[in-house]
Ligand binder design. Structure first.
Ligand SMILES: C[S@@+](CC[C@H](N)C(=O)[O-])C[C@H]1O[C@@H](n2cnc3c(N)ncnc32)[C@H](O)[C@@H]1O
Length: 291
């Protein structure tokens, strides 16, 4: 798991205007409330929270360039908020409303600290839900949680990966993120990646360094930008959960992750070996869109 220590995992992407408005409305943000954006990027969410909802705004951002932009954005609008250039995992979180557009593994790592917020606090995420929590309200890829959070039921007797394997289609020329879930016998969690083509293309991050037996842990899969048509296959392996077979392609169609059974993995491996992956990917997309 390598990530550049000067920038946040997995990479910067901005929440769109409509989604910001929806998230802040879902959270029921009120004037004077303390609003914290964990990983505030260029400050656009802080700006809306202050200007449209009258909140007291605070952002944390690891990337120095983005933190400077966010500060300038607030100053230019005459907003008296703060933007701290720091790792939010290393600072106390004090908030009435926490906003986060972060990866599944990062959200899972934040869970204990979010649970420790006062009972009136709300957490609103965009892009990805908090793994293991059931949202109290939903928008378009926007998730609201009240404390204490409702937890998703878990079968702690289950072991292994969410499926036998997966086919992942990523947009070429842009970084991409998907996530998978694993349940182990417990203990330290390390993911080994094998597969020559995945080396340098794929980086992983787990939602916990250590897990209890049967506790679901998400694993972020981050793909670097790649030339259209790039294909690779390999495995992810975690002790006591076995191997997860992974097939990845950079393709201009809709990005997605498609879970595979053992025979599905064999079919995809065969199609890849014969240079015939496109029809298999199209079929996976068709099945997903038709439910
Ligand atoms: C997907 S962007 C979201 C930006 C902004 N919140 C928005 O919604 O437009 C996530 C941001 O979190 C930052 N980030 C990730 N991990 C961080 C950490 N541990 N501490 C501080 N910032 C972090 C990244 O640098 C990136 O700017």
């Amino acid at each position: 798991m390598a990530s550049d220590s000067s920038t946040g995992w997995p990479f910067w992407a901005a929440t769109g205007d409509d989604r910001i408005g929806e998230a802040l409305r879902l959270a029921g943000l009120r004037p004077g409330e303390r609003f914290v954006d964990l990983g505030c990027g260029d400050g656009r969410v802080l700006l809306r929270a202050a200007e449209d909802f009258g909140a007291e705004v605070h952002g944390f951002e690891l990337d120095p360039g983005l933190a400077a932009i966010a500060r300038d954005v607030l100053a230019a609008a005459g907003i008296d908020g703060t933007v701290v250039e720091d790792d939010f995992e290393a600072v106390p979180i004090e908030a009435d409303v926490v906003f986060a557009f972060l990866s599944p593994a990062t959200l899972q790592r934040l869970r204990p600290r979010l649970e420790a917020l006062p009972p009136h606090a709300r957490i609103v995420t965009t892009g990805y839900p908090v793994p293991g929590w059931l949202p109290n309200n939903l928008g378009d890829r926007t998730y609201l949680y009240r404390l204490p959070p409702d937890e998703q039921p878990v079968d702690r007797n289950q072991r292994g990966w969410v499926s036998f394997g997966a086919l992942v289609s990523v947009t070429p020329a842009a970084p991409a993120l998907v996530a998978v879930k694993v349940q182990t016998d417990g203990g330290p969690l390390t993911v080994s990646v094998s597969g020559a083509g995945l080396d340098g293309w794929l980086t992983t991050r787990t939602g916990a360094d250590e897990a209890a037996p049967g506790e679901p842990v998400v694993v972020d899969l981050r793909f670097e930008p790649a030339r259209e048509g790039t294909e690779a296959s390999g495995t992810l392996e975690v002790d006591s959960a076995g191997k997860f077979r992974l097939f990845a392609v950079a393709d201009a169609g809709d990005p997605g992750i498609f879970g595979l059974s053992e025979s599905g993995c064999d079919l995809v491996a065969d199609a890849m070996a014969r240079g015939r992956l496109a029809p298999v990917l199209n079929e996976a997309r068709r099945r997903t869109s038709s439910g």
